[in-house]
Design a protein around this ligand. Structure first.
Ligand code: SF4
Length: 350
């Protein structure tokens, strides 16, 4: 049953037992619009006997994706509004996104860049566009951090990654290079010595932000891949999307955050799902999200607490939207809630 190569077509989904033949026509229509890829590691994790399997829900296309609601938009977090040159998004003063590639080893059904990634997406930056992107970074001394995203930058060959890192190495004001990736979980076999050497080739401090949404994704093989990265001196942080039917219950979220910490990946962002087209079946309300995040306080260690984040549509950036822990009553007097939801005044009255 386990695929030896990625599943990429509706017919391969039926052959792999992931889509019933009577659903094939709907999935074929969907495949004309959005890319499909399920890596062997993720296909092997899916429990075919469970119609609500949280791994399948993330990667197996569903005809519900054809329902686009009025508030959804092709560029939900407003990358294009902040793209001064091709491949660069400069939304905050001290950091830029460098989108060198728009392919991924898997295509998440809730992807916020689903209109840009995949074989029909924005492709790979041409050498000329890459020159312009590096010139932009070099000309802006306020850029302290470069975040390689896309697409998934770790699908690039070690040779291509090394070229990019060597170019960053020549820009003194860049101190941090961050890679946003799903590879250590979905294609852990890619994390070998050559890839790690490429990630370190800039000589800058390297961070890897690992995207995973369910504790089952942190398999022993995935944990070993993360250990190789961390042992090499790379700092790892997490990012997850809060997804209906995947991780929207306290036990799953707690287990996911603990799995990250056990793997030496510091929980960082828990994203409220973006308004990407055809993804309303994944979205819960902000009230539901805040209640879930509030439930993590006290229940699991402070090491395991992510920041609940909304990317404000239109390119206005991220805002923390977790449960308010403190409220100002008047100058110098606050009310603060403990992890059981009990309110206390600060400073205490007596
Ligand atoms: S790995 Fe990231 S960019 Fe690629 S499909 Fe998933 S969410 Fe989108």
């Amino acid at each position: 049953m386990n695929a030896i190569r990625s599943i990429r077509t509706p017919a391969e989904l039926t052959d792999a037992g992931l889509v019933a033949p009577d659903r094939l026509a709907g999935i074929e229509r969907l495949a004309e619009r959005y890319a499909i890829a399920i890596s062997p590691a993720m296909a092997a994790l899916i429990d075919r006997a469970d119609p609500n399997d949280p791994i399948a829900r993330q990667f197996v296309p569903d005809a519900a994706e054809l329902n686009v609601t009025p508030e959804e938009r092709a560029d939900p977090i407003g990358d294009l509004a902040h793209s001064p040159v091709e491949g660069i998004v400069h939304r905050y003063p001290d950091r830029v996104l460098l989108k060198a590639v728009h392919v991924c080893p898997v295509y998440c059904r809730f992807c916020f860049r689903r209109e840009m990634v995949g074989p029909q997406g924005l492709g790979t930056l041409s050498p000329d566009a890459m020159d312009v992107a590096f010139a932009y970074i070099g000309d802006h001394p306020e850029i302290w951090e470069v975040i390689l995203t896309g697409g998934d930058p770790l699908v690039l060959s070690p040779r291509r990654l090394t070229e990019i890192m060597q170019r960053l190495s020549a820009i003194d004001h860049v101190k941090i290079v961050r890679f946003h990736t799903r590879v250590p979980v979905v294609e852990p076999e890619r994390i070998d010595d050559a890839l790690i050497a490429a990630l370190m080739a800039s000589g800058k401090t390297a961070y890897v932000a690992l995207h995973a949404n369910h504790p089952r994704e942190l398999t022993p093989t995935a944990r070993a891949a993360c250990a190789r990265l961390v042992d090499s001196g790379i700092v790892m942080i997490s990012q997850s999307v809060l997804l209906k039917g995947v991780n929207d219950d306290p036990d799953t979220l707690a287990a996911l955050m603990r799995a990250f910490v056990e793997t030496r990946v510091k929980p960082y962002y828990l994203h409220h799902p973006d308004l990407a087209p055809g993804t309303s079946h994944f979205r819960l309300s902000i009230e539901e999200g805040r209640a879930l995040v509030a439930g993590l306080r006290g229940r699991i260690s402070g090491l395991c607490q992510p920041t609940y984040i909304l990317d404000i549509p239109g390119g206005h950036g991220k805002a923390a939207i977790g449960p308010d822990a403190i409220r100002q009553e008047y100058a110098g007097r606050y009310t603060v809630s403990d992890f059981k939801g009990v309110e206390h005044t600060y400073p205490p009255s007596e």
